[in-house]
Design a protein around this ligand. Structure first.
Ligand code: GRF
Length: 188
């Protein structure tokens, strides 16, 4: 059984979708650990309710990224993590973790990369009046949303009238695409 660590800072809908999918396919992998830089976030509450191992930290308590990343690294090693899954983790992964988990860190981004990298990808898509956007799962490298693309799914937004509708459809795609991609990667 493979072990994954999810890094998240937000509401945790992807965390829940991944956990549910892995429970259904229970012989492949399990969510072993949640890492969060937002101790009061909803995702932390979800993980605690599910009795998951949780490690939270407050970045401003550290003067340098390397300090908290070294602690994260020790947690990843302690829990023998095979794959790191970023799901709304709003920080750039530094060299400390990247060098130890090369090609073992993935992220989900709500656009068809390489379009609309960085923050508020949905807002960027709306501003550019694109007719099609989507979701990308990619490996994490030292850049922001620049790593090798693993999976993508497009979404026609030409008939969607509000940001809320687009967000809802993007989330629906994410909640299927991310677990399926994780399972495929772990089965390889
Ligand atoms: C997702 O939309 C994902 O694409 C982005 O962060 C969001 C996290 O949402 N990277 P949630 O916390 O999983 O609901």
């Amino acid at each position: 059984m493979k072990k994954i660590a999810i890094f998240a800072s937000g509401t945790g809908s992807n965390f829940l979708a991944i956990n549910d999918a892995l429970n259904v396919n229970s012989n492949i992998a399990e969510v072993e650990l949640l890492v969060s830089d937002k101790p009061n976030s909803l995702v932390v509450k979800h993980a605690q309710k599910l009795n998951k191992n949780v490690f939270t930290f407050t970045p401003k308590d550290f003067s340098r990224k390397i300090e908290y990343e070294n602690i994260i690294l020790s947690k990843l090693e302690e829990h023998e993590i095979d794959l790191i899954v970023l799901a709304g983790y709003m920080r750039i992964i530094g060299k400390t973790i990247l060098s130890k988990y090369n090609k073992k860190i993935i992220n989900i981004h709500p656009s068809l990369l390489p379009s609309f990298k960085g923050i508020d990808a949905i807002g960027q898509a709306i501003e550019h009046k694109v007719k099609v956007t989507g979701v990308t799962v990619h490996y994490v490298d030292e850049g922001v949303d620049t790593g090798e693309i693993i999976a993508q799914k497009s979404l026609d937004i030409s008939s969607l009238n509000s940001r809320e509708e687009i967000e809802k459809e993007i989330h629906k795609i994410e909640h299927l695409l991310y677990p399926n991609t994780i399972i495929k990667l772990l089965e390889e």
